[in-house]
Design a protein around this ligand. Structure first.
Ligand code: 5GP
Length: 174
């Protein structure tokens, strides 16, 4: 399971957490729904939204663009609602600059080998994509120390319990 699985399990335990739905230029995988899993948009629309300053952060990952829309986050945060972003490292750095109060959690795969197996089993990426994603994951591991917490995504139950404890702690103190 990946970050998405961990976050879905976290939200079962903490339904008050709201999930920001990102925009991406990546094509939908089978079963993914527009507006639910992502806002699927094309490159021109992505550019337009960058120029309009609609993004809190945005980045390119494995050849596609991803971004967090301000409209998904800012109103909820202003209203005091806790919002979860499931994003990669470059985006996390930008969020940290814009919102230093955000808790940054690095969810690490147990090993790159386990990540390779998971990507292959998922079957949604061709071999070049798998290599690209593994290379990116290896580089991301080098940025772990920039995060407030690091959780190894080994046993789902353990990972979720640790994440829940970290989130509850930060919500108590904010
Ligand atoms: P995937 O294509 O597997 O859904 O996502 C690829 C990577 O992009 C994952 O690491 C995911 O967390 C990240 N990602 C998803 N949405 C966003 C976003 O809005 N901003 C950034 N920076 N990364 C994102």
């Amino acid at each position: 399971m990946g970050k998405g699985t961990v976050i879905a399990a976290l939200r079962e335990r903490m339904p008050e957490l709201e999930l920001s739905v990102s925009a991406t230029t990546r094509p939908p995988r089978s079963g993914e729904r527009d507006g639910v899993d992502y806002h699927f948009i094309d490159d021109d629309e992505f550019d337009r939204r960058v120029r309009a300053d609609d993004f809190l952060e945005h980045a390119t990952y494995a050849g596609h663009r991803y971004g967090t829309l301000r409209s998904e986050v800012e109103r909820r945060v202003a209203a005091g609602a806790p919002v979860v972003l499931e994003i990669e490292v470059q985006g996390a750095r930008q969020v940290h600059r814009e919102m230093p109060e955000a808790l940054l959690v690095f969810v690490a795969p147990p090993s790159l080998e386990s990540l390779r197996e998971r990507l292959k089993a998922r079957g949604t990426d061709d071999p070049a994509q798998v290599r690209d994603r593994l290379g990116t994951a290896a580089r991301e591991l080098e940025a772990q120390h920039e995060f407030d917490r690091r959780i190894v995504n080994d046993r789902l139950e353990d990972a979720v319990a640790k994440l829940e404890a970290a989130v509850r702690e930060v919500l108590r103190t904010q």
